[in-house]
Design a protein. Structure first.
Length: 734
């Protein structure tokens, strides 16, 4: 096995005798030390966390089965990596330890039994009292305050010595330079610096637009940003921080150290001093409740605007923590419950190209199937020609694949240490894979296109997009049915959907009367959709929901839009020349005129929705809606806001005036609103705001589902779809 390789699928029996086990232990130590340096020191890991964890677990199993092979300097006994020479060294007064991991319920239960034994409890299921926290996927650091003023910040380093990053920490807005009243003479707080997902996505958009490599993931980007020599670069990266642990605390005259009984109390105290403490913390009594907490956040991990890779559980009472003590590497009173990995390595079998509805040619990877992010992945996006070249992935490579929730799987990078010499670079094809037309890259574009209007792949994806939820929302008109109807020549374009020959459909295998009735009803419902939805469904390049709404409210009908000049459309606030040019070009074609006539003959709504004369009570306000409202549909809530002069984006920011919360709201929006101090309204408050333009004096903020209690605990396959650029529209609700 070369350096940089993951653990093999089969490893020697840890209990076996002979030199093979000793050689394997030495090889594992070398591999782990190599990957420690890549991860902790260079911020450039070659393998995913899951593969690294497998190496450590294999070495630990060998050492436990063969104690004579265990060494004091083994990486199973060490914390973190070496300290860089770029920054001044800082010796931690109290070591910054690592955490042991539990990868399943059995390992968590085994830890609970060790805790019970260490506390002389008869029953491992007895109420011990724990604090559950989220395990933030970021960079651990220590921040020291003296008399309430920030004086020193350091990375964890090797646990004993870290790096002085004080100047860079001062540039993170959310970390206070001065604490609130009650700060003791000395306070060391430990926590995690992380990069919000929205900020990470924006950085990658900028990278791609500039023709630069995309950042690999938020954790590595946060680590690299935190270690910039120029503190102004760090300050501009949008880093954030959660405090999760006390370090050194010393009282002084007039500011004594508090008498804290539990870890949860300590987190509440840090919160009261003005430090950011994660709100998703929870105090629980039993290990069964710990498991329930971890399971809930495994399911909802992608509701958050930051990445987590597990949950952390700590014995709450500090006296019990002291009784349990620590090993050389980790406290016995805490453990990390690791979630299934979202990054894994596999083999890149082939690179192919898919054609989207606009003709955009997107390269994608065909992979040796790998289970990652909760499902088996066989294909993953490679974005565009430039990104394939920048990542330098080649057929046959071992590659790192990432899949997070519903996000399209992505190939992040090759494992270069596993690549043999002479492997050829991949070249983008010259001809469309679906038709005999040449693929062309327009000047100044990042993407390559097939411009053949009759390309079969374009027809398929354009019809799928038209019927999708973001378009005309025709339930039952998915990929397989679209392909079947095209094959049977029941449809040739989106206009034919409303005049399907149902007698012929009834002769097809798999179509009973009930399925036909359901599909017919869904198509009939789509005839009455607002004109803006039809415009989005047409897949006009650059035209998204917001631009479509502006056009449909500014013109009487689709004929008026088609007849409008670019100048007339560009003059509409929020449309602009790019969208206007694209829309004008689209409606200038014979194909667009033919589609409009098909829609007209089928009784599809082509009438616009002129802006109402509602009073502009929300002028200058930004209102976000999350959850389901009784008196408003998704589109209705957005229209009510916009018709009164307000803005209705899809996310919460510092500019948000209020967040309206219905039933089953999005946890991430509620959390961010709370963190930013944004007003939260129920439906009655929303109605009052629409009428008066004034926020209620004392709104009752609804609780998020499964929100923490008042105790204040805190915490540590076809090819990918095309995603064309659109304007900045957002849904009214989650």
């Amino acid at each position: 096995m070369t350096e940089g390789s993951a653990a093999p699928d089969t490893a020697p029996d840890p209990a076996a005798d002979g030199t093979a086990i000793e050689a394997r232990a030495a090889e594992l130590r070398s591999l782990i030390e190599y990957h420690n340096e890549r991860y902790h020191t260079l911020d450039d890991p070659e393998i995913p966390d899951a593969d690294y964890d497998a190496l450590v677990r294999e070495l630990r199993a060998i050492e436990e089965a063969n104690p004579q092979l265990a060494t004091a300097d083994s990486p199973t006994q060490a914390v973190g990596g070496a300290v860089q020479s770029t920054f001044a060294p800082v010796t931690h007064e109290l070591p910054m330890m690592s955490l042991d991991n539990a990868f399943d319920a059995a390992e968590l239960q085994a830890w609970a039994e060790r805790v019970a034994k260490g506390l002389d409890l008869d029953d491992a299921a007895a109420p011990v009292g724990y604090v559950c926290e989220l395990k933030i996927d970021g960079v651990a650091c220590s921040i020291r305050y003296e008399r309430g003023e920030l004086v020193l910040a350091a990375t964890r380093g090797n646990g004993r010595v870290g790096e002085d990053i004080t100047a860079n920490i001062r540039g993170i807005d959310i970390i206070p330079n001065s604490l609130g009243p009650g700060a003791p003479a000395v306070l060391e707080v430990r926590g995690e610096v992380y990069l919000p997902i929205a900020t990470f996505d924006a950085l990658n958009e900028s990278q791609e637009a500039a023709g630069l490599p995309r950042y690999v993931n938020p954790r590595n980007t946060a680590a690299g940003s935190l270690r910039q020599k120029d503190a102004s670069i760090t300050a501009g990266r949008g880093l954030a921080f959660w405090a999760y642990q006390l370090g050194v605390v010393e009282g002084g005259a007039g500011a004594p150290a508090p008498q804290l009984e539990g870890h949860g109390d300590a987190l509440d105290w840090l919160d009261s001093l003005g430090l950011p403490v994660n709100p998703e913390r929870r105090r629980v009594a039993t290990i069964a409740e710990v498991s329930a907490y971890a399971e809930r956040w495994l399911e909802h991990r992608h509701d958050l605007d930051y990445e987590i890779d597990g949950a952390v559980v700590k014995v709450d009472r500090l006296v019990r923590q002291r009784a349990l003590g620590s090993t050389a590497k980790a406290p016995r009173w805490a453990i990390a419950v690791k979630f299934p990995p979202e990054e894994r390595t596999t083999t890149l079998l082939d690179i192919q190209v898919s054609i989207g509805r606009t003709g955009k040619a997107t390269p994608f990877a065909v992979l040796d199937p790998v289970f990652v992010g909760g499902s088996t992945v066989q294909m993953a996006t490679l974005h565009n020609e430039d990104q394939v070249a920048l990542k330098d992935v080649r057929v046959g490579d071992t590659v790192v694949v990432r899949k997070a929730g519903d996000v399209i799987p992505e190939v992040l990078r090759p494992v270069l240490a596993d690549r043999p010499r002479g492997r050829r670079k991949w070249k983008f094809p010259k001809v469309c894979p679906a038709c005999p037309s040449d693929l062309l890259r327009p000047e100044g574009e990042a993407h390559i296109f097939c411009f053949n209007p009759t390309c079969s792949a374009k027809r398929q994806t354009s019809i799928e997009h038209f019927a999708s939820r973001g378009g005309m929302d025709i339930e039952g008109m998915g990929e397989s049915r679209v392909a079947l109807f095209l094959e049977q020549e029941l449809i040739a374009d989106v206009g034919d959907i409303f005049s399907i020959d149902w007698d012929r459909v009834s002769e097809l295998e798999g179509f009973g009367q009930l399925s036909i009735d359901n599909l017919r009803a869904a198509i009939d419902d789509a005839r009455t959709r607002p004109l803006a939805r039809l415009l989005v469904g047409l897949g006009i390049r650059h035209l998204g929901p917001s631009g479509a709404e502006l056009l449909s409210s500014s013109f009487a009908d689709i004929d008026a839009i088609a007849a409008a000049s670019e100048e007339q459309m560009a003059a509409i606030d929020g449309v602009g020349p790019t969208i206007a040019h694209s829309v004008a070009q689209y409606f200038a074609t014979d194909e667009a005129a033919a589609l409009v006539e098909k829609f007209r003959a089928a009784g599809v709504n082509l009438i616009g929705t002129p802006t109402s004369e509602e009073p502009k009570t929300l002028e200058g306000m930004t209102i976000v809606v999350t959850g389901t409202l009784d008196g408003f549909s998704r589109d209705g809530a957005a229209q009510a806001i916009k018709s009164r002069g307000g803005k209705n984006p899809g996310s919460v920011s510092k500019k948000t005036t209020a967040v309206v919360v219905g039933t089953e709201p999005g946890a991430s929006k509620l959390t961010k609103a709370t963190d930013l101090g944004v007003r939260i309204l129920d439906e009655a408050g929303f109605v009052a705001l629409l009428e008066t333009g004034e926020l209620p004096d004392a709104p009752d903020a609804p609780d998020a589902p499964d929100a923490p209690d008042d105790s204040g605990e805190a915490g540590e396959a076809g090819p990918p779809d095309e995603a064309d650029a659109a304007d900045g529209g957002g849904d009214a609700t989650d």
